[in-house]
Design a protein around this ligand. Structure first.
Ligand code: TYD
Length: 214
């Protein structure tokens, strides 16, 4: 595969979607063909899985079922969007990828899923494939949740299933992302997201230039 695969990760309200678009515009200005994708819900099948995941009763799935659904969505994203684009020499930027499963379903839920199970699922779904670069947007959950609440008020479709998660969950999640970055420093870079949009964008493109040489 010739293109590059960049993933953007972070807790709720870290500004991922805005930064994803700005990064895509920057890369396009450098004549790079960019494909944007997201998890969950980038394919027709994934949209159905997303609907299952983000609506309804908070306890309707246990942690394992939730992981399996995210991984089914991931497999669709890889096979239908990510891998074909990389083969065409395009760069793919994904709004969330496997680190979200580890952070949300493992660290967020106080390690209710076995770590090796998660790793095995990854292997089944993606083999040895991994992102060339993962940018983790780090924000204090108190600030992130305020931002994310403001955004949800203006959403047409209410994706409320995860709204009642406690602050403890969001703090665990943040620590989870930081642990992943510490474990895999060659792939992951943590960037402070508690800044204005322009400053954050500048830090992101500096990182991409440094790591991937645009
Ligand atoms: P997303 O649309 O990225 O929400 P947000 O705009 O809040 O970042 O993702 C939907 C939800 O799914 C979000 O709460 C994070 C969660 N999620 C997991 O719990 N595990 C996963 O593997 C992924 C990809 C997402």
């Amino acid at each position: 595969m010739f293109g590059k695969f960049i993933t953007l990760e972070g807790g709720d309200g870290c500004g991922k979607s805005t930064q994803l678009k700005l990064l895509a515009e920057y890369l396009q200005s450098k004549n790079i063909d960019v494909v944007l994708t997201k998890e969950p819900g980038s394919t027709d099948e994934g949209k159905i899985l997303r609907e299952l995941l983000v609506t309804g009763d908070k306890d309707k799935f246990d942690a394992i079922s939730e992981c399996l659904l995210y991984y089914a969505d991931r497999r669709c994203n890889l096979k239908k969007v990510v891998w074909p684009a990389l083969k065409e020499n395009k760069w793919v930027i994904s709004d969330r990828y496997a680190d979200s499963t580890e952070a949300y379903q493992y660290y967020g839920y106080n390690k209710r899923v076995d770590f090796q199970t998660l790793k095995s699922l990854y292997k089944i779904v993606a083999g040895d494939f991994k992102p060339d670069l993962t940018i983790i947007l780090d924000i204090d959950p108190e600030i992130g949740m305020r931002r994310s609440f403001a955004k949800s008020q203006s959403m047409e479709v209410k994706e409320l299933r995860f709204e009642s998660r406690q602050m403890e969950f969001h703090h665990n999640l943040r620590q989870g992302f930081l642990e992943i970055a510490k474990r895999e420093p060659d792939r992951c870079v943590v960037i402070n997201a508690n800044t204005d949009i322009e400053t954050l964008h500048k830090h992101i493109i500096e990182t991409v230039n440094e790591r991937l040489g645009v």
